[in-house]
Write a protein that binds this ligand. Structure first.
Ligand SMILES: NC(=O)c1ccc[n+]([C@@H]2O[C@H](COP(=O)([O-])OP(=O)(O)OC[C@H]3O[C@@H](n4cnc5c(N)ncnc54)[C@H](O)[C@@H]3O)[C@@H](O)[C@H]2O)c1
Length: 451
């Protein structure tokens, strides 16, 4: 079995390491952050994501996953996977510093036969034009001859990537094909063989540049598709038609080898990728002399959705004879998405800000988000429990459809909340029938008020 090192133990690195351990590999994790390494060493990942905490606990205690701040351990491994962060600068340009710094350090320990795979989302051209020279210069070795270099983008979705591992099932990791683009054909072959040896499907492309663009094309498409769903939802609310019904019907049209596939609208798009990657595309377009419009537009539309959620809340309150200034709002969900504790770019931030700025009393809760992180997002509005958040609320606003919220019994909570109480469902996660049967009014994105 090959020995692997994973450089960068953030959200992606820990998931990847855990999945590789499940495949039977021995994994060395390296991160510059001592606090991160210390936590993982104790079996605690930085974020709750599906079954990730259980997997990390399992493999730090069985010794298959070892972590350190010392980059020299990569020398004793066969494959080096790079999963460091690639954030946006304030002017929306990409910041490739972490990848470049990590690769400068890796270069010192590079040896013949090494396979280096970049997994971070990067600006197309980076692997061949920036990383290759860094690795060659720092090691004195030649890519494609002495060591192999490829880009294989991370494609797993947060909250769904490690959902069922008992019995060896890691659904997304096993089922999503790995795009493989080497800096030369030998690098592509060797990188593809690595994934093949793990039983994973691969899609070989002719260059690292094509693989880099394919990753961005995926997220460009997803963000734009959600933007269409969101604008359709706004239109449906005006036309008093349910967007869920429209989308379900529209998606039955076969198109090319697939079908129309409009995604779901919601109260906002967050996380580390979708709010960022369309800007990478925009930046790249400009570098090529193009002013690409769709990526900018999708960002604008999707960033507007927390404002629309706020508007729905004010309408729902007004409908119940209340106003925002004297209302108590339970905001359910601080993570950007269900089944994760990741709060990066969460729509909850903008929504809580709008609500409090306009005089509402807000109590926010998310069982997947720790207290420290919760305070960072919700400040003084953070509640310690679901019960505290719901108590005497005039409106329940659902931001992330955590399983614990989906299973709320509206019959049981009706005595806890104020009367009347409105439910504003930003994720279409509640049953409108159950909500209304128990005396609440039901409002939702893409529906407005359920009459
Ligand atoms: N989060 C996701 O769901 C997701 C999905 C697909 C792709 N991606 C891409 O994967 C990459 C990683 O994302 P993430 O969310 O895990 O980022 P992250 O910021 O959570 O993690 C990056 C980690 O790298 C460490 N690091 C930085 N410089 C280092 C160095 N020189 N050596 C060793 N470690 C170093 C940091 O301390 C941090 O722990 C990004 O490019 C992102 O766009 C993320």
């Amino acid at each position: 079995m090959q020995k692997v090192s994973v450089v960068g133990l953030g959200y992606i690195g820990t998931v990847l390491a855990a999945c590789l351990c499940e495949k039977g590999l021995s994994v060395h994790g390296i991160d510059v952050d001592e606090g991160t390494v210390d936590k993982i060493r104790r079996g605690i990942p930085l974020v709750s994501d599906g079954l990730l905490p259980a997997l990390i606990g399992r493999h730090t205690s069985d010794g298959r996953f070892r972590v350190t701040t010392d980059m020299s351990v990569v020398r004793n491994t066969d494959v080096i996977l790079v999963t460091v962060g690639t954030p946006l600068n304030e002017d929306y340009s990409p910041d490739m510093t972490e990848v470049e710094t990590a690769c400068r350090c890796i270069a010192k320990y590079l040896r013949r036969q090494h396979l280096v795979i970049l997994r971070s989302t990067i600006v197309p051209g980076t692997t061949a034009e920036v990383i290759l020279p860094i690795l060659e210069k720092g090691s004195g070795l030649k890519a494609g001859e002495d060591f192999m270099l490829a880009f294989c983008p991370e494609r797993l979705g947060e909250g769904t990537r490690v959902t069922d591992f008992e019995g060896g099932v890691l659904e997304e990791f096993n089922s999503i094909p790995v795009i493989v683009g080497g800096v030369d054909s030998r690098s592509t072959d060797v990188a593809a063989q690595f994934w093949d040896s793990l039983g994973m499907d691969t899609v070989r492309v002719s260059s690292s540049r094509a693989a880099e663009l394919a990753k961005l094309a995926d997220n460009w498409w997803i963000d734009l598709n959600i933007a269409i769903a969101n604008e359709l939802a706004l239109l449906c609310e005006k036309m008093q038609v349910d967007s869920d019904e429209v989308i379900e019907a529209a998606n039955t049209l076969p198109k090319n080898r697939s079908s129309v596939n409009i995604l779901l609208p919601g109260c906002g798009v967050g996380g580390s990728c979708l709010p960022k990657d369309p800007w990478f595309v925009h930046y790249l377009g400009r570098k090529c002399g193009l002013e690409l419009k769709t990526c900018r537009l999708s960002r604008e539309i999707n960033d507007y959705m927390p404002v629309h959620m706020y508007d729905l809340i004010t309408q729902a309150l007004k409908d119940n004879g209340r106003s925002i200034e004297d209302a108590r709002i339970a905001v359910l969900g601080l993570a950007f998405k269900q089944s994760t504790g990741d709060t990066r770019n969460t729509p909850a931030t903008a929504l809580i800000h709008l609500l409090t700025e306009n005089g509402a009393e807000v109590k926010a809760f998310d069982p997947w988000v720790g207290t420290e992180e919760g305070k960072r997002v919700a400040g003084e509005c953070l509640a310690d429990s679901l019960e505290e958040a719901l108590k005497e609320s005039d409106c329940i606003a659902l931001v992330s459809a955590q399983p614990e919220f989906r299973s709320i019994s509206f019959g049981e909570i009706r005595t806890l909340v104020a009367s009347p109480c409105a439910v504003v469902d930003g994720r279409r996660a509640f049953s409108s029938e159950e909500v209304r049967r128990n005396g609440f009014t039901y409002w939702a994105i893409g529906l407005g008020k359920k009459s």
